[in-house]
Design a protein around this ligand. Structure first.
Ligand SMILES: *[C@@H]1O[C@H](CO)[C@@H](O)[C@H](O)[C@H]1NC(C)=O
Ligand SMILES: *[C@@H]1O[C@H](CO)[C@@H](O)[C@H](O)[C@H]1NC(C)=O
Length: 606
């Protein structure tokens, strides 16, 4: 009994499932329409179409905005608030008339067919294929009223897909079934191209960007068809209104995805769009590294000037303290320590001079000839000795370090210092002129902005010119100085000013509109969030650091981690000091001889 009931129930349920509910496809269509951003424009052939079941049903929906236009021939203009379009046709042949106006505006088209002749599915497929070839998109829902079905065209399998839910369109672009996409990668900070120059064919691509491109290709299952790079690299808007380089190719829709990092900023065209941000980078200035301090005066720069000043000051102060102590001792008639020396017959001035000399003798850690005759003074001298030991240790260790590690004169470390140095800034991309300092309140920025000069990068690269000649500053991406140009930094040829004026997010470039954007973003964001992009860029930087080992001439200049053998030239200063001392004593000696002669001559006359 129970089983029969269950069977009947099952039959009933099965029956209702199989039975096509007339409103099902309408509900599906409205759920799709509701998810579309921007309004829907209903293009009706005549006012009679207003009575159409589907039209009525759509208009009952509350969530979307509609606009009704009755003249069908009217071609939808581009920049409109109404992004999506709804048309009603009798059959595919009638639909063919609007083929040219189904341009890719980033909006969807809903094309409704009232009647379906027998061979219609084939013609419908051909029509959809034509749209794909002509306009490069498949954002068209085909609604077959009599069959109560909604179809989409999958350009990658070249077939019509029955729409089951509002996600069907997105699902088509998850698997491109090996479809060839025009991918553009050129030599940039994180990418490089190895190609066959004769046949203009890209053989392979490397770098973090290329790795990411390959991952996206594998995930979306497309074949990357790499375009041959031109000399313009990033490119931009030219004075004649055309666009060059990668920006130009995306602007003209000659490429599907550019996997090279572009700064996210205004390129003065609305026909391109950026993927999700991949990484960040700074725009920095660099100048020629300051000169090395010559060996002859190196010891003077071993410590800061304030240490030298302190050294002098303490010497003088020590004298003063000692003099006060002596005065106090004498005034209070404190008993002298007997040391067998003559104490009478020395003037106050003589005693003060003695104290001055003794202070300095102690201060430079030489044995003092005779200890002072008072206890308090002896204690003071002992403490002075201790301080001098610490000072001496500081000086000696600093001296040792400067001999091992070369010292440079001071580099400009802020933009203000660069401004004060008066160097012009040479740039190679016109875009830097609007990027770097433009539109900033700061006076320093304004002055630096005025100093920028556009130069053509000829045979010699700008950074090479800075490193050799100097006298001006260059602009580059911070990552370039860590990657391809790292040798200039590591061999101390150029100095990057740590204060960088601009920081940018970097992303890939696609034409706009592009059906691939969403899926590319999904994968890019996953790779970024998972830290994989960081790993790849970090790896590139490490590799750049190792690569320096391949250039022996750079290694020789580096002299890092080597023993420094001191030579005669390192002790130059000592000999200079000795020479000066000798000369001075000679002068004094001569003066004394002359004075002595004069005096004896005077005595004789008397
Ligand atoms: C079809 O299904 C909808 C809800 O899904 C229901 O409201 C409607 O009554 C059904 N129509 C028929 C003919 O079964
Ligand atoms: C990728 O595309 C090929 C056709 O080129 C297809 O045979 C394969 O099943 C696809 N792979 C996946 C994972 O979808």
């Amino acid at each position: 009994m129970a089983t029969t009931l269950q069977l009947i129930m099952l039959a009933l349920v099965g029956g209702t499932l199989v039975q096509a509910n007339d409103t099902d496809y309408k509900l599906l269509l409205t759920s799709i329409v509701e998810e579309l951003e921007g309004g829907l424009e209903l293009h009706l052939r005549s006012s009679e179409d207003g009575g159409n079941d589907l039209v009525q049903f759509l208009m009952e929906q509350e969530k979307s905005s509609f606009q009704i236009s009755v003249e069908q021939e009217e071609i939808p203009t581009r920049a409109e608030i109404m992004r999506h379009h709804f048309f009603v046709f009798e059959d595919v042949h009638q639909m063919q008339e609007i083929l040219t106006s189904l341009v890719n505006t980033d909006g969807f088209y809903i094309l409704t067919l009232e009647k379906i002749p027998a061979e219609d599915d084939v013609t419908l497929k051909d029509f959809a294929a034509d749209v794909w070839v002509q306009h490069g998109h498949s954002r068209i829902y085909y609604v077959q009223i009599s069959k109560e079905s909604i179809l989409l065209y999958n350009p990658f399998t070249q077939s019509l897909v029955v729409v089951r839910d509002s996600k069907t369109y997105a699902r088509i672009y998850k698997d491109l079934e090996g479809y060839p996409l025009r991918i553009y990668i050129f030599d940039s900070v994180y990418s490089s191209v190895i190609g066959d120059g004769e046949n203009n064919k890209v053989l392979s691509v490397t770098g973090a960007d290329a790795k990411l491109a390959k991952t996206v290709a594998r995930q979306l299952n497309f074949t990357a068809d790499f375009l041959w790079p031109d000399d313009e690299f990033f490119g931009g808007r030219l004075p004649n209104g055309e666009y060059s380089g990668g920006v130009g190719r995306a602007h003209r829709g000659e490429v599907d995805i550019i996997f090279a990092g572009f700064f996210i900023k205004d390129y003065l065209t609305t026909h391109i769009q950026f993927s999700a941000a991949v990484y960040m980078d700074d725009l920095c200035l660099y100048v020629k590294k300051a000169q090395r301090i010559p060996q002859s005066i190196l010891p003077l720069f071993a410590v800061h000037t304030d240490v030298w000043l302190c050294f002098l000051l303490v010497g003088l102060l020590g004298t003063l303290v000692w003099l006060i102590l002596r005065a106090v001792n004498l005034v209070l008639c404190i008993e002298r320590i007997p040391d067998g020396s003559r104490t009478t017959g020395i003037s106050y001035f003589g005693a003060a001079l003695r104290i001055f000399i003794d202070t300095w003798v102690v201060w430079v850690r030489v044995n003092v000839g005779r200890f002072p005759p008072f206890h308090s003074e002896r204690i003071f001298v002992a403490s002075l000795c201790l301080v001098s030991v610490i000072f001496g240790a500081l000086l000696e260790s600093s001296l040792a370090t400067v001999y091992i590690r070369p010292l440079y004169y001071r580099d400009a470390n802020t933009l203000r210092e660069l401004d004060e140095s008066g160097q012009p800034i040479y740039i190679k991309h016109p875009a830097f002129k609007d990027d770097l300092f433009y539109g900033h309140d700061s006076q320093v920025y304004r002055r630096l902005d005025a100093k920028m000069k556009l130069v053509a990068e000829g045979e010699e690269r700008l950074i090479e010119m800075v490193s050799k000649r100097g006298g001006f500053a260059g602009v580059t991406r911070s990552a370039s100085l860590q990657l391809s140009d790292i040798r200039y930094v590591m061999t101390k040829k150029v100095h990057k000013i740590p204060e960088c004026p601009k920081n940018y997010h970097i992303a890939y470039l696609l034409p706009r509109p592009s059906p691939y954007l969403e899926e590319v973003n999904r994968i890019v964001l996953r790779l970024v969030a998972g830290g994989i992009v960081n790993l790849w860029t970090g790896e590139a930087k490490e590799r750049a650091k190792w690569s320096i080992q391949r250039f022996p001439e750079y290694l020789a200049e580096l002299d890092v981690g080597r023993w420094k053998v001191l030579t005669l030239s390192d002790v130059q200063l000592a000999f200079y000091a000795l020479t000066i001392g000798c000369l001075l004593s000679a002068v004094v000696c001569m003066a004394e001889i002359l004075l002595g002669r004069k005096r004896s001559a005077l005595n004789k006359i008397k």
